[in-house]
Ligand binder design. Structure first.
Ligand code: HEC
Length: 118
């Protein structure tokens, strides 16, 4: 069977819209339901583009929970580890409905991937 040239065009278009999602590790799959990885992308959660090095709760235009707005840290390895292990233990009343990543290797892969989103 010959592949329609349209399939190739569609695949290219997808690559263009989400240039970095293709590189996401499997452990990032649940995050995709709520987070975009491109600048300005809107989802249930704030875009994760440039999140490493960003002050928590400060992406312009996103309606964070009250406690996330009061967060006084910048996202780095240590804070992301605490957050992604158990979000609601770190920020009471957070809007991020995610139980946390349990396996250390998954956590490391997700954080390494977040660092590439810039
Ligand atoms: C069910 C939807 C949902 C899922 C799944 C989810 N998140 Fe979130 N995430 C959110 C929401 C909503 C917020 C904002 C939290 C708040 O305001 O309390 C958030 C906040 C964040 C923040 C802080 C961003 C900032 O601007 O300060 C990071 C980092 C983050 N999520 C990473 C992840 C990663 C990585 C995953 C997957 C392992 C994930 N999230 C899974 C909805 C989700």
């Amino acid at each position: 069977m010959k592949l329609s040239p349209l399939v190739g065009v569609a695949a290219l278009a997808m690559l263009y819209v989400t240039p970095t999602l293709a590189d996401a590790p499997p452990a990032f799959s649940p995050c995709k339901a709520c987070h975009k990885v491109e600048a300005g992308g809107k989802g249930i959660g704030p875009s994760l583009f440039g999140v490493v090095g960003r002050k928590a709760g400060t992406l312009e235009g996103f309606a964070y929970s009250e406690n996330m707005k009061k967060a006084d840290w910048t996202w780095d390895d240590a804070h992301l580890t605490t957050w992604l292990t158990d979000p609601k233990a770190m920020v009471a009343g957070t809007k991020m409905a995610f139980p946390g990543i349990k396996k250390p290797e998954d956590l490391a892969a997700v954080i390494a991937y977040l660092k590439t989103l810039k």
